[in-house]
Write a protein that binds this ligand. Structure first.
Ligand SMILES: C[S@@+](CC[C@H](N)C(=O)[O-])C[C@H]1O[C@@H](n2cnc3c(N)ncnc32)[C@H](O)[C@@H]1O
Length: 470
């Protein structure tokens, strides 16, 4: 049987057992293999039509519901099920937390295979919706059509859309009317941009031919009430560019930072583009416990500001600082954790690979009158070497918050070599965290574990772990 065998089979009345990785639920087929099914909730009993068969599993979709799970809730969003953004909106929040904590536990036990303490209960997010401070929307002249629209014989008019990519379809955009992830005026601004562009005949990006004026919109909001809007244009058309930017400025005078980029690269990533200021200033301010952080268009900032505060408080608590410690904050980004713990430490050294982030970190420390933090740029596995330690001192505590891939093995080896008494490991991917904890097991014992939910309605989960020297 070919690995790509796509023969369709229907499994009748199977019970959904688990909510698995990537937000897709899991059931068992009659032959014992796993079946991955989107948009169902553990406890549902369904008929599943498979569309993919692999050696160890099937992928399918529910075609008939026989029983609904007691954990189901009505999704609030009109785009649920088509938009790939909030896959767990049909599951109640307590269950979401249960499955997130379960995933962390499974990873730490199965991949880590290390001795673990009892977990501290996962910290849920107070805001279940409208918690994101940053959203990006794409323009396309090739809107995703509903089945009814495809079947219809009526002229559908223009197919312009401003919204999200349909999962696994790079050229299809779901037109978004109301997204429940970012608070207002996010929806109003996005919809106004689209309506104005349509009314004035401005062209939307054609992803196949690579043409059109309007490419993406990034919206950032902050806890201080400041707003950043950045429009990415594909074509350099001054008259039409100013037409829409002036419209935005006049309609939403509350926009603090109105920016644009002309980008005719093959991709729409911002990091290597020249961001231009149109109105206001080129940054917005975030505030946390009296500290101010300036955020420019390219800055990384935790996307759920309220929950970032909770995550940082747990991190600081887990670090157990007395005011006497030299702390290293590895993968410091714009130095937010470093500054957040600085009052409780003698000195903090932050290291990060993105030069602009370190520039922000230094500027923010000055803004916050913090003089016991120093920041350094470089690839961690290169910078964090013996000479660096000799120059900056032996850390008492290391806080590490690496990207999804986890830490490079050379970084892990260096931590073990210099052996600080405590390491606090913050992770957005408990699978790679588990791998790293296993590598450190010889020297470090895991003494505290606490998952934190930064992203309600999705399967993503953050996890904070304390490692103590054996
Ligand atoms: C999960 S973020 C943590 C940011 C920060 N701790 C915060 O809370 O805002 C991971 C950071 O690691 C940085 N990074 C990624 N790879 C790196 C590397 N090889 N060396 C140093 N920093 C790296 C990224 O640029 C990013 O800022």
């Amino acid at each position: 049987m070919s690995r790509k065998n796509t023969d369709k089979v229907v499994f009748h009345q199977i019970k959904v057992l688990d909510a698995g990785a990537k937000g897709v639920s899991v059931a068992k087929a009659p032959d014992g293999k796993v079946v991955f099914i989107p948009n169902v909730v553990p406890g549902d009993v369904v008929d599943v039509q498979t569309f993919k068969k692999r050696k160890a599993y099937y992928e399918g979709k529910a075609v008939k519901f026989h029983e609904f799970s007691e954990h189901r809730v009505e999704p609030v969003c009109e785009h649920f099920g088509v938009c790939g953004g909030c896959k767990w909106q049909n599951m109640n929040y307590d269950q979401q937390l249960f499955y997130k904590q379960n995933e962390v536990k499974n990873h730490l036990q199965r991949i880590g295979k290390i001795e673990l303490p009892d977990f501290e209960p996962i910290l849920g997010s107070e805001k279940k919706f409208f918690y994101r401070n940053k959203m990006e929307f794409s323009f396309s002249n090739s809107r995703w059509l509903t089945e009814a629209e495809i079947a219809s014989t009526e002229d559908l008019g223009n197919r312009n859309a401003l919204g999200f990519h349909i999962p696994k379809m790079w050229d299809k955009i779901l037109d978004i009317n109301k997204c429940h992830l970012q608070e207002d005026p996010s929806n109003a601004i996005r919809n106004s941009i689209r309506d104005f562009a349509n009314a004035n005949g401005l062209t939307f990006f054609n992803p196949r031919e690579h043409s059109g004026l309007l490419r993406t919109v990034m919206l950032r909001t902050s806890s201080t009430g400041e707003i950043m809007v950045l429009i990415q244009f594909f074509e350099d058309d001054k008259a039409n560019r100013e037409l829409i930017l002036d419209h935005l400025h006049a309609t939403f005078p509350e926009i603090t930072s109105l920016l644009y980029v002309i980008n005719n690269k093959a991709n729409d990533t911002l990091y290597d583009t020249n961001v231009k200021l149109y109105k206001g200033r080129d940054y917005i301010l975030e505030e946390m416990e009296g500290l101010k952080f300036s955020i420019n268009a390219k800055s990384f900032y935790q996307t759920n500001s309220n929950q970032a505060y909770e995550l940082y408080k747990i991190t600081r608590d887990f670090a157990g600082l007395t005011g006497e410690e030299l702390v290293y904050d590895l993968y410091t980004g714009t130095g937010t954790i470093a500054q957040f713990v600085s009052k409780k430490a003698k000195k903090v050294i932050g290291v990060e690979s993105v030069p602009d982030a370190i520039k922000d970190a230094k500027a923010n420390a000055v803004r916050n009158n913090i003089d016991n933090c120093e920041f350094f740029v470089g690839d961690m596995k290169v910078v964090f070497n013996d000479a660096f330690i000799a120059q900056h001192g032996q850390p008492d505590v290391i806080i590490t918050d690496p990207p999804r891939d986890g830490m490079h093995k050379d970084v892990i080896e260096q931590i073990m070599k210099i052996a600080p008494k405590r390491v606090v490991y913050v992770s957005c991917n408990s699978a790679t965290q588990a791998r790293d904890l296993a590598l450190m097991d010889e020297k470090y014992k895991v003494t505290r574990v606490r998952p934190v939910d930064m992203f309600p309605q999705t399967h993503h989960v953050e996890n904070v772990v304390v490692l103590e020297l054996r």
